[in-house]
Design a binder for this molecule. Sequence first.
Ligand SMILES: NC(=O)c1ccc[n+]([C@@H]2O[C@H](COP(=O)([O-])OP(=O)(O)OC[C@H]3O[C@@H](n4cnc5c(N)ncnc54)[C@H](OP(=O)(O)O)[C@@H]3O)[C@@H](O)[C@H]2O)c1
Length: 290
Amino acid sequence: MKVLIYGSTGWIGGKMLKLLSDLSEAEVIVGKHRLEDYSGVEKEIEEAQPTHVLLAAGLTGRPNVDWCESHWDEVLRTNVIATSVLADYCYQQKIHLTYFGTGCIYEYDPKHLMGSGIGFTEEDEPNFDKSFYSKSKIITEKILKNYSNILILRIRMPLSDDLHPRNFITKITKYEKVVNIPNSMTILSELLPVALDMLLKSKTGIYNFTNPGVISHNEILDLYTSLIDPSFRYQNFSLEEQSKILKAGRSNNHLDVSKLCREYPEIDTIHTAIVKLFERMQKIERASTE
Ligand SMILES: NC(=O)c1ccc[n+]([C@@H]2O[C@H](COP(=O)([O-])OP(=O)(O)OC[C@H]3O[C@@H](n4cnc5c(N)ncnc54)[C@H](OP(=O)(O)O)[C@@H]3O)[C@@H](O)[C@H]2O)c1
């Protein structure tokens, strides 16, 4: 097995590269070309002859997703066109492709009310396109899902054990005020090894890729206060107040992960997984101060 990875300098791609590099059964090659360099990417694939491509490259925006509102062309070219061209080339060459999609393509609606316990399934039509980033990911998913060689993993509000700036915990501890909405979230340390297993098994199709259940901002911040920083304080504001300081809308939803959990029943619920995450974070914090 040979895996060619794009986006390995990124947050999620870097973690996947580390997991792949620890495997004895896979040879790993790091993609060097920009996705829009179609001939360069094709040449790279021709030379490397991978059995699998892992696509963790994409534009998400810096400092946040609002950036995408003023960079439509770049977002369209990378997230939609170049990603689709790569997917099509992998199909022609009979190469399995793993793609990181997003679950931020839904928002609570009358059939999926907040607190009802009813989540959006993989078959539900996306109903959230209030950010150009989400729009680009919806279009791409609609294209990629028709290919028989592609695994689409819908990540949401990813959390990591460190206080990396991309970590959802880091983000909400830095905000002046936070909303308090229950959401589906992906604990990367638990779910990226699952992503790797799915790649190794050449699984295909769309999977909602979060821990089961939902957790609110306040629940996370209360745990952070009790387990990491007792001096931490936060303030809430409403969704209406939040919308005044953002360019793009933000999605809040519950994803149904029955499909994923039928195949991986050992995945912890979000509440169990987050306590374990904070315990690992405590150890990292202690080690850094010793
Ligand atoms: N982080 C999240 O909250 C989240 C949630 C759901 C889904 N996802 C998806 O997961 C994937 C990875 O996200 P991330 O958070 O790891 O993002 P990230 O830290 O911003 O990393 C993005 C990676 O993509 C590369 N890249 C960007 N444009 C490229 C292009 N045109 N050609 C080749 N490489 C390019 C970057 O390389 P350079 O640095 O060299 O540009 C970097 O390695 C994305 O597809 C994202 O949509 C992320």
